[in-house]
Design a protein around this ligand. Sequence first.
Ligand code: GRF
Length: 199
Amino acid sequence: MNDPLRVAVVISGRGSNLRALHLAAHPSTYAIVGVISDKPTAQGLTYARQCRLPTTVVDPHDYPDTGQFERALAHAIDDVRPDIVALAGFLRILSAAFVDRFHGRLINIHPSLLPAFPGLDTHRRALAAGATEHGATVHYVTPQVDGGPIIAQSRLVVEAGEDPTQLAKRVLALEHTLYPQVLTALARARHAPPPTPPS
Ligand code: GRF
């Protein structure tokens, strides 16, 4: 059997996507090899510790500037030798230097159907705009915030009278299926035979 895809998960908070990723990990697809948080109090860290996943906190307050914080973050990620770095509710904007260092290996999940509603407060904004469809996107991270190439999306129909809290809950449920599917697909794609050339 092939070695699983090594995934580092980078979080700042609740960690429900981390949990979904962890529950769907499998020796034949991907393994979470480390959980890194910029917040010592992140709820997701508690979950990771309970599951005995290796955790590291890189707290920006411990560094004199963003550059040094990002270098420490990059080292913490490198230490677990990931094939893929999955941002899951990581609440900081990363510099172009950081993003370039992990080019092609850094992915994120965002709670909207990108390119619609990049940034924060996506559910309220989608409702205010009268969107009839909404959902979640997994994409490669580039220096343009929420602007990198899309890997996969999951969508739902907005219901009449739905409020942002209800919509957020339904989108989060989609995220919990979508993100593990993407990691599983990325893991399997490593071993797929090359496409047959046209005859
Ligand atoms: C999710 O909605 C994700 O799309 C966004 O931040 C939220 C993180 O939630 N980037 P959780 O920490 O995984 O519960």
